[in-house]
Design a protein around this ligand. Structure first.
Ligand SMILES: C[S@@+](CC[C@H](N)C(=O)[O-])C[C@H]1O[C@@H](n2cnc3c(N)ncnc32)[C@H](O)[C@@H]1O
Length: 321
């Protein structure tokens, strides 16, 4: 079957997991560990971590893209240990695993979009192909990029473009979209690309990177509520970790990295009371020890081999007993 062939190709050849060696080096998998990969994707990180596991390990993969379950099937067939796939949002799945009393040794997240999504033009993640404006990772999600672009107030579109895309021309682009959609609703990626190009000054069209890159990133983050899931998911990840267990997060955007950094800092037991309080009332309790004082970044070699890795940041923390 053709879909299966493409899955094989991606899992063995074309797919390069970002910071995979660094992740394994900092998580230090042990042969009998219980591991949760919250963003399984095509299983690139899973294969690296699995290389250090033995037959007594338990590996749980989570993803809200049904395609990931096909990769998981291939992955699990090759492992000597127990494997289980959970289809859904990691923030919810981790919460449920925690309620059932699971204690994980390793939990990790590799945020953002997967090659299996970007490289499939029909999913609408890429500004390089003409496709319906979709960008949903979860096909059950009722919000699509098409819905946001056609229905949000220009001020709200501007906020999304500025906050999630750090787009300098956010206002101009949002206003242009609002004007264009009165003539004809937006249906396709290239319709949006043309409008973005028309809204920005000519020199900016030839600056660094594709002129639509930041807007597509912003819409993707909004469609999939990526920052909301991350905030909820970090709390649930901490709840499911066993004492001494480790949590690793690879992010690709400064907003994501800031959420991870703040979350780690908030769990180290530092008092958060205002400085003029006579005594501590926040009763801060240390739950995590941060292992990466600074985020780990990809080497020049990795960036050379895989330009998509350039923005990656890895942070790791350990659960205290
Ligand atoms: C960057 S990719 C992961 C790639 C994977 N580490 C690999 O090596 O193949 C991110 C994956 O996370 C999934 N994802 C994004 N947000 C999610 C969420 N809230 N819950 C579950 N999966 C999510 C996406 O569908 C995508 O497959």
């Amino acid at each position: 079957m053709q879909l299966n062939d493409r899955i094989e190709d991606l899992s063995e050849a074309g797919h390069r997991p970002v910071l995979a060696e660094e992740l394994a080096g900092l998580l230090e998998p042990q042969p009998d560990d219980t591991v949760i990969d919250c963003t399984f994707g095509a299983g690139g990180h899973a294969r690296r971590i699995a290389a250090d596991l033995g037959k007594d390990a338990l590996f749980i993969g989570i993803d809200l893209d049904p395609l990931a379950s096909r990769y998981f099937e291939l992955f699990s067939q090759r492992q000597p240990f127990r494997c289980r796939f959970i289809y859904g949002n990691y923030a919810d799945a981790l919460g449920q695993l925690g309620e059932k009393g699971l204690a994980a040794d390793l939990v990790y997240l590799d945020l953002g979009v997967s090659s299996m999504q970007v490289d499939r033009p029909e999913r609408g993640f890429s500004y390089s192909y003409n496709a319906p404006l979709d960008m949903r990772m979860d096909r059950g999600n009722r919000v699509t990029a098409r819905k946001l672009v056609n229905e949000l107030e220009p001020e709200e579109l501007e906020r999304i473009f500025r906050n999630y895309g750090e787009e300098r021309y956010a206002r101009q682009i949002a206003r242009r979209i609002a004007r264009e959609r009165q003539k004809e609703p937006f249906e396709t990626t290239l319709q949006l690309v043309d409008t973005i190009k028309a809204a920005i000054p000519t020199p900016a069209r030839f600056g660094s990177g594709h002129p639509a890159r930041r807007i597509f990133q912003a819409l993707r983050i909004a469609v999939n509520d990526e920052l909301g899931s991350l905030s909820r998911g970090l709390e649930s990840a901490l709840a499911v970790l066993a004492p001494g267990g480790r949590l690793g997060v690879i992010s690709f955007h400064s907003l994501e990295d800031r959420i991870v950094k703040k979350f780690f800092a908030s769990k180290t037991g530092k008092c958060t009371c205002p400085p003029d309080f006579p005594k501590c009332v926040c009763r801060a309790r240390a739950e995590l020890r941060v292992i990466t004082r600074r985020p780990v970044r990809p080497s020049h070699k990795e960036i050379g081999q895989n330009p998509r890795s350039q923005a990656a940041r890895l942070r790791v923390a350990e659960r205290l007993g």
